[in-house]
Write a protein that binds this ligand. Structure first.
Ligand SMILES: [Zn+2]
Length: 127
């Protein structure tokens, strides 16, 4: 049970996925509990992908409502991400920016070659 609780906790760095409040890992079952993103009543399972940190109060409020609805009511637009997940997203964005830069460079080179070719043809036609 405990390794699973640690894994659930690490997904959001202990932040409630419904209101964003930060909890201490040691406060499991005191201030927070594991919460089924898709409620069991709606077919949600006990798989780690379906389990998140939630304040006991938030979990009671949620009941069988979709997480997105409750999150919106709490003023949260998205699931709080762990530091690791934020870093992964940042790294992905940086590599996308590099790829876009290389593509622009490639097309500028192609355009340069095209212009050069055009210039050479005009010079041939003149001579
Ligand atoms: Zn909460």
């Amino acid at each position: 049970m405990w390794p699973e609780i640690k894994l659930i906790y690490s997904k959001t760095d202990g932040c409630c996925h419904l209101c964003g409040k930060k909890h201490r890992l040691s406060d499991y079952a005191v201030t927070w509990q594991r919460e089924h993103h898709i409620p069991r009543a709606n077919g949600g399972g006990d798989h780690i992908r379906n389990l998140f940190v939630a304040c006991i109060r938030c979990n009671l409020i949620k009941g069988t409502l979709p997480s997105k609805v409750v999150r919106k009511r709490m003023g949260l637009n998205q699931v709080p991400l762990s530091r690791k997940a934020k870093l992964r997203i940042k790294r992905d964005q940086e590599s996308n920016n590099t790829l876009i830069f290389l593509l622009i460079l490639f097309f500028l080179m192609l355009f340069g070659m095209y212009q050069q070719n055009l210039l050479e043809q005009q010079q041939k036609n003149l001579s």
